[in-house]
Design a binder for this molecule. Sequence first.
Ligand code: GLU
Length: 395
Amino acid sequence: MKQLSNRINSLPISATLAMASKARELKENGVDIIGLSLGEPDFNTPDFIKNAAIQAVQDNYNSYTPVDGYPALKRSISKKFKRDNNLNYELNQIVVSTGAKQSIANTCMVLLNPGDEVLLPAPYWVSYSAVVTLSEAKFVVIPSSIETDFKITPDQLDKAITAKTKMVIFNSPNNPSGTVYTENEYRELAKVLEKYPEIYIISDEIYEHINYGEPIFSFASITEMYNRTITINGVAKAFAMTGWRIGYIGAPSWIAKACNKMQGQITSGANCIAQRAAIAALDASVSEIKYMVDEFKNRRELIIGLLKDINGFKLNKPKGAFYVFPDISSYFGKNINGVEIKNSSDFSLFLLEIAHVATVSGDAFGNPNCIRISYAASTEQIKKACSQIKESLMN
Ligand code: GLU
């Protein structure tokens, strides 16, 4: 008898990856799908990073690395934290992992116990809720809407805290809404958390360089929060290195030590060549990636302009990341060209099947009124996708 564990049976499939794979499958069957579901820069990894990887192969970097990463990479990460985030992390506070996703999973696994509650300001990235569940804790959603630019208030945070709250996960710039919390807003949220010293904070800053306004403010740089914040980052989004799989944390040393122990049993050190390449990425000046950020900014203007022109799409202006998260709830309960739209999943499926555009339904991110559209795609693809969406929705 095939008897899988309750753990895997209760785990939802990653909605972002599921949609990407569905789109790929349709493409292989000859349907011309425009993939705007996956959050992945469409640029090539810059040459200076590729050259560092080639050099590492030639220099015979082929053995296991220390579980928590090469000291040389951890030194580069420590410098980067100081340079970009005004954060002091010593090498024993840093753990390198196979992508920021693993960094988040390690952190949840080492801090959470059954019955603990984790606050997720919504919309939140799909894997937070899944990893919290895998860690046998319970996630509690703090809702927001497009009217508040998808931000939660200090009062909402305070009201969501119970005696069981162990953690809150912040993510700015946010996936999927592109929302960026200002320093002042983060300081106000921190004031609430000051009253509850037993709560830990994950600050996921993976999109820090993909921002179109103020520099990103790191939650751990608030003095009172430093000793209980785990800062998550990685090279995937800023350096077009999604497949290289390098993420890392800066955290209190006892948490880093526990993550190192966890990782030692589950995966060991991250890929040796990718770690060497990540050193080149992190040592480089941020100006090296400006051309990508500038291009994302142009595409943001383009997609907002085009989507605003479509009936029933309510939009905010994202300040970072490369997603738009339109509220499309005005379509719920309607019948479009013979297809009944009850919720955001129906809408996203409609766009896939009729407009041939892959998006991700908002309910996977804790907001059932929206869909996520990634604009990490060429301007031609964005134009074509928006025109196909518009056409599909005309009765
Ligand atoms: N983080 C990206 C996204 O949200 C990549 C896919 C994933 O790991 O979920 O699309």
